[in-house]
Ligand binder design. Structure first.
Ligand SMILES: Nc1ncnc2c1ncn2[C@@H]1O[C@H](COP(=O)(O)OP(=O)(O)OP(=O)(O)O)[C@@H](O)[C@H]1O
Ligand SMILES: [Mg+2]
Length: 310
């Protein structure tokens, strides 16, 4: 299962993602945590030093991962013709959460046999004035579309603040999108906007609006009223978390008074049927293929789609 954590800047995306990873580790499932924010915060919150040279979007790593995914797939037409929405096809290699998976061993940090951490990366000095984070995220789109999880496996992605996932195919890659929302007008506005875009993109049923830094019942009522329904879960403001962070420590489920909100999130996520996801990603690929810059850089990439057998 693939779960994104998103929401307004500062709402607690990275904290909640880190706590969720900690919770999942205790349940014994295999976890891949992906720090997909331009401000790389999840990796450090999991105790991983995120070197620029180890980022997935580092050009050498991006090429190496694509070369691996390409396998013997003749439809793609070479590693240079990978676009963000290039789908797996006959001969493609997939990525699994096995500790021995070549992509994990080369590009992830292992916290233990079952838990791996990757980071997409950030702007580097050479990107100044000429960089776009969407370009960086393309390799994450490739990774997620070529990922083969087995039952129980969970991929946790900490996303860029706001509604960025709708500018690319990421919104269509997940089984659940957790929108972290504080009981403030600003945070609620971002959550509402996210819901509007999710409705337009056909993924509104995958949203889980989760309250964070809630202090009292008035806060819960505010969220219920402003969001139009009760949040799927609510994480109170936790002195234990603040103390841990002030002491320079990573947030852990043990810092919470109650892990029930994390358990609720885990229980609400259901896998998106493979057919639904494949159809959405095909449609997005065809849309991307029409773009002038894609045509001029890669030619016609519509032929990367394998024929659908009905
Ligand atoms: N439930 C909570 N109780 C207490 N402090 C919290 C809680 N949730 C988050 N925080 C604190 O709020 C701050 C912002 O959290 P965090 O960095 O996780 O937000 P974010 O949404 O990932 O921010 P950004 O948009 O910068 O990525 C951090 O100092 C974090 O420790
Ligand atoms: Mg963050």
């Amino acid at each position: 299962m693939k779960i994104a954590f998103t929401g307004k800047g500062g709402s607690g995306k990275s904290t909640m993602a880190a706590l969720f990873v900690g919770y999942l580790r205790q349940t014994g499932v295999r976890v891949l945590a992906v720090d997909a924010d331009v401000n790389v915060h999840l990796a450090p919150l999991l105790g991983v030093v995120a070197h620029a040279s180890a980022a997935l979007s580092h050009p050498e790593r991006t090429t190496a991962v694509r070369r691996h995914l390409l396998g013997t797939n003749k439809l793609i037409g070479g590693v240079d013709r990978f676009v963000a929405t290039t789908p797996p096809g006959p001969g493609s290699r997939t990525v699994t959460l096995d500790a021995a998976d070549p992509v994990l061993t080369a590009h992830a940090v292992a916290l233990d046999e079952r838990t791996h951490v990757m980071h997409v990366g950030t702007y580097e000095p050479e990107n100044i004035g000429a960089g776009c984070y969407h370009g960086h995220l393309a390799i994450l789109e490739n990774l997620l579309s070529h990922l083969e999880t087995r039952e129980g496996d969970v991929v946790v992605c900490d996303m860029v603040a706001g509604t960025d996932a709708f500018a690319n195919s990421l919104h269509a890659q997940f089984d659940a999108i957790v929108v972290v929302v504080e009981p403030t007008p600003e945070s609620v506005t971002v959550a509402r906007r996210y819901r509007e875009l999710a409705e337009a993109a056909g993924v509104a049923d995958l949203l889980l609006l989760v309250g964070n830094k809630v202090v009292d019942e008035v806060d819960v009522d505010y969220l219920r009223r402003e969001l139009g329904s009760a949040p799927a879960a609510v994480l109170p403001s936790q002195a234990g978390l603040r103390r841990a962070r002030q002491a320079g420590e990573c947030p852990r489920p043990e810092d919470l008074e109650d892990v029930a909100p994390l358990r609720v999130i885990a229980s609400l996520v259901k896998p998106v049927p493979a057919g639904r996801r494949a159809e959405a990603l095909r449609a997005l690929h065809l849309k991307v293929a029409e773009k002038d810059w894609v045509r001029s850089a890669h030619g016609d990439v519509t032929d990367q789609l394998a024929p659908v057998h009905k």
